[in-house]
Design a protein around this ligand. Structure first.
Ligand code: FES
Length: 59
């Protein structure tokens, strides 16, 4: 599934960026190119990253 339609960034691309060490939204943006146009995707991706962080903190 695409997380950023403007730049054709998928959930898989996002996961690869995370595995390569991108932790913050800014780092994910730089690694994948998402969010560089309309910015509609940023809130969704921020929510995904926040969810991962919350899960990590609980575990
Ligand atoms: S959907 Fe990501 S920049 Fe437009």
């Amino acid at each position: 599934m695409y997380v950023c339609v403007c730049h054709a960034v998928t959930e898989r691309d996002l996961a690869r960026a995370r595995e390569a060490g991108a932790e913050s939204l800014r780092q994910v943006m730089e690694a994948t190119g998402l969010g560089q146009s309309c910015e509609t995707c940023l809130e969704y991706v921020a929510g995904l990253l926040e969810g991962e962080t919350s899960s990590a903190q609980v575990a």
